[in-house]
Design a binder for this molecule. Structure first.
Ligand code: SF4
Length: 437
């Protein structure tokens, strides 16, 4: 028996777990819901409809998804609940056992979720989980929810690289690209909506290839758009990066900002080989050294994974040593988690959870020190800052090279780009004063 949900008040919320690509897709879903007349409300308040955009990159991500869904259903037993994304693709059987879930959509069709929201509650969830097709794609809804300063622009999805620890090629499918005209159309809408920074987003962005156009063409075309101010690349795989972007980043008149987030994963050649990454530590080091020589004030961030099978004390120390000595300015630390369907599941020489946790905290501390050192190098220098949010007269934003800056100001700085001088560092940000008043 099906029962129609009460959608008179039309309140909806979208909850996002996982990566920036999910954030980008959720923003598009929110925009689509608004166009259908829904008011977007906080996930913790009552609503008639929830979309949970899931992640399955670790076992912890899976359990976070389940907890979020269950607690929403407890608060809103009559609401329509749609669960979409990577965990829906890989863990649909487990999700279908959660009472109160009405719809489960994998990655092929997740952006069509709004076509199903009026179908009514079901005793058993409808599961839509098609094989992911490798072909160029478009996105119909344009623009994003208006609460943020930086807009994520999805240009690509999926990955062909098959690193041995990674579930993404199974969860999101093989690499495919968004048609150029379609992504440019959204970029124009975002600029018109007042977004001052566009963040190029995807799983493996530099493998972009659509109708003979490459990743460099995407940057060239975005840079030509009227009103574009900042373009940032969210994350880019080593070995895929065209060196031409160094020229763009070094050119103050180009919108591409001097920022590179390049996942290293490990500083040990033995582990890189086990992971089937496509470079050795020296290749990575040579590349980032060249990048920092050619791009003034470049910020280099990276991702590191601890606890991969085979990572003994010696390999971990190699990673620490690499990160301390190389021109990496900060890093995100991830803990290896076995994912069914990946080659790493069958590997030996597992690392204990306690050791993983210890290594993770060691690396986080190194990252914090490096970030602060990076910020300190800019004390006394002036930068343009794009301000995002403010509390109690303290406004925070980012420089082009991703220094997190705070200034005291009694007015409204949200979405403003202002000139500041960095004065000192506090905790994990740089304090500054406005110099263009
Ligand atoms: S490059 Fe490797 S780690 Fe990154 S998404 Fe592709 S398979 Fe996963």
């Amino acid at each position: 028996m099906t029962q129609k949900p009460n959608l008179d008040t039309k309140k909806a919320s979208v909850y996002t777990l996982g990566c920036r690509l999910n954030q980008s897709e959720s923003s598009v879903m929110e925009q689509g819901l608004k166009e259908q007349g829904f008011e977007i409300v906080d996930f913790k308040t009552d609503s008639n409809l929830a979309i949970v955009n899931t992640c399955t990159v670790t076992a912890r991500a899976d359990s976070d998804c389940r907890n979020v869904i269950r607690s929403y259903i407890r608060r809103n037993p009559d609401a329509f609940v749609a669960v979409v994304g990577c965990y829906s693709q890989m863990g649909y059987k487990t999700l279908s056992e959660i009472e109160g879930v009405d719809l489960i959509i994998g990655n092929q069709d997740k952006m069509s979720v709004l076509d199903y929201v009026s179908m009514g509650k079901n005793e058993k969830p409808l599961i839509i989980r098609d094989r992911i097709v490798k072909e160029d794609f478009t996105i119909d809804t344009m623009g994003q929810s208006d609460s943020k300063t930086r807009a994520n622009l999805k240009i690509q999805d999926g990955c062909d690289f098959m690193c041995t620890f990674c579930i993404i090629p199974m969860a999101r499918g093989r690499s495919r690209s968004r048609e150029m005209d379609n992504l440019l159309e959204e970029a124009r809408v975002l600029i018109a909506q007042g977004f001052r920074e566009i963040v190029i987003t995807g799983v493996n962005v530099a493998t972009y290839e659509s109708q003979g156009r490459t990743f460099l063409d995407v940057i060239d075309q975005l840079n030509e758009l009227e009103g574009i101010e900042r373009i940032r690349i969210s994350s880019i795989e080593p070995t895929t990066i065209p060196e031409k972007i160094f020229d763009y980043m070094a050119d103050p008149n180009h919108a591409l900002v001097p920022y590179l987030h390049i996942p290293l994963q490990s500083g040990s050649d033995k582990i890189l080989k086990i992971m089937k990454r496509r470079y050795e530590r020296q290749d990575f080091l040579d590349f980032i050294k060249k990048a920092s020589e050619r791009v003034p004030d470049l910020c280099i961030g990276t991702d590191v994974m601890v606890g991969m099978c085979g990572e003994g004390d010696a390999e971990f120390e190699e990673t620490c040593d690499f990160l301390i000595k190389s021109p990496v300015n900060y890093f995100h630390v991830f803990t290896f988690s076995e994912r069914d369907g990946t080659p790493a599941v069958k590997m030996e020489e597992k690392v204990s959870p306690k050791e993983k946790s210890h290594r993770s905290s060691v690396l986080r501390a190194i990252s914090e020190r490096k970030r602060l050192k990076f910020y300190s190098e800019y004390i006394g220098r002036e930068f343009d800052v794009l301000f995002e949010s403010g509390h109690d007269g303290l406004w925070t934003g980012y420089t082009e090279n991703f220094i997190r800056v705070s200034v005291e100001y009694s007015g409204n700085l949200s979405r403003h780009i202002r000139r500041v001088k960095i004065t000192h560092t506090v905790a994990d940000f740089a304090m500054a004063e406005l110099v263009d008043e």
